[in-house]
Design a protein around this ligand. Structure first.
Ligand code: ADP
Ligand code: MG
Length: 323
């Protein structure tokens, strides 16, 4: 199979033209229109076989996640998707693998309403690079440095699920998972960044970040860049029933604070925005929870509180899913 046939067969699923995509796949570059009074936003992430995904993972899931993690970065800025490019290195032309990969990519492209507008295909160890392009209203991007004193701290969706699912990969190959475990694994394999909600959130919120390395680590970036600290109520962390069922409340809290791969948003906003944020979340069927407050900068960084007392996260302990 020649390179151009491969591109035509597996990577030409997006409608080539729209209001914003003037020229899609097929020329030397794609041509986009950036809507008036908006700014271009872009981000790129590379996923390497054996490092960012398991070699034996379903190619459809690998593709879905490759795009989802990039869309998550657009969501963190409050950007509206314009399009994405895909640079892929393949060890060989495996049509069964490519067909499945293309299907997963197409599903993500449809779910996040972002067309594939170009890319590059080469031979080499399996490596997937996705570059996303989006737009925000001029100077309205949600930046890490924009948190303000007394802001509420919010989180979308549930946190900790993906971290709990990491140990399920081996189990999923050999035996059936129960319902709660399947839910957790789906959360790891198919992240669902709240992109349409985030696009509208930009006019209500101050700072935002997507949770890829764990809530505490990612909130830490907001605090550092905004030069402030945070008070977090551990009892208000959004934990899924399934997570609690599989690992217990205490370990669920640990995963929520320190586990990665959630691809939810952590954002800050003024108290006066509470109702507007709740209404917006309802409109887009996104769960949002208020978990704390931005306070004056101190050495502590994040104060974790549970039932009015300081809370010490325990990083060790629970190992149930490991084999
Ligand atoms: P060039 O040699 O000019 O870089 P290519 O032969 O690499 O062109 O690509 C031809 C067209 O196919 C371009 O529009 C490019 O963006 C697109 N393309 C190549 N690989 C991919 C891919 N994996 N996914 C989507 N589009 C691709
Ligand atoms: Mg090329």
């Amino acid at each position: 199979m020649k390179e151009f046939e491969l591109i035509k067969e597996y990577f030409s699923f997006s409608q080539s033209k729209s209001d914003t995509v003037v020229e899609g796949i097929g020329d030397d570059c794609a041509v986009l229109s950036v809507p008036d009074k908006r700014q271009l936003v872009t981000s790129v992430d590379t996923l390497v076989d054996g490092v960012h995904f398991f070699s034996d993972s379903d190619p459809a899931d690998i593709a879905y996640k490759s795009l989802a993690v990039n869309v998550s970065d657009l969501a963190a800025m409050g950007a509206k998707p314009l399009g994405f490019t895909l640079a892929i290195a393949l060890p060989k032309v495996d049509e069964v693998w490519l067909k499945s990969f293309s299907k997963g990519l197409q599903e993500a492209s449809a779910d996040f309403e972002i067309p594939l507008i170009g890319g590059d295909t080469t031979q080499g160890p399996l490596t997937i690079t996705v570059n996303v392009l989006g737009s925000v209203k001029a100077d309205k991007a949600m930046l890490r440095k924009s948190a303000q004193l007394d802001d509420d701290i919010w989180v979308t969706g549930y946190v900790g699920d993906a971290a709990a699912a990491l140990g399920l990969h081996g189990k999923a190959q050999s035996s059936d998972l129960n319902e709660a475990e399947s839910y957790l694994l789906q959360r790891l394999l198919r992240p669902n960044p709240p992109i349409t909600f985030a696009t509208k959130l930009a006019k209500l919120a101050h700072a935002a970040i997507d949770i890829s390395d764990g809530l505490l680590a990612d909130l830490g970036h907001i605090l550092e860049q905004s030069q402030c600290s945070a008070k977090i109520k551990v009892g208000s962390l959004p934990l899924s029933e399934q997570l609690i069922q599989c690992v217990g409340l205490e370990q669920a809290r640990e995963f929520a604070l320190n586990g990665g791969d959630d691809y939810e948003l952590c954002f800050t906003a003024k108290h006066s925005m509470r109702n507007k944020i709740l209404n917006l979340a309802e409109d887009f069927q996104v769960n949002v929870h208020r978990i704390g407050t931005i306070v004056e900068q101190s050495d502590e960084g994040v104060f974790l509180m549970l039932d009015g007392k300081p809370y010490q996260p325990k990083r060790k302990g629970w190992q149930h899913f490991s084999t």
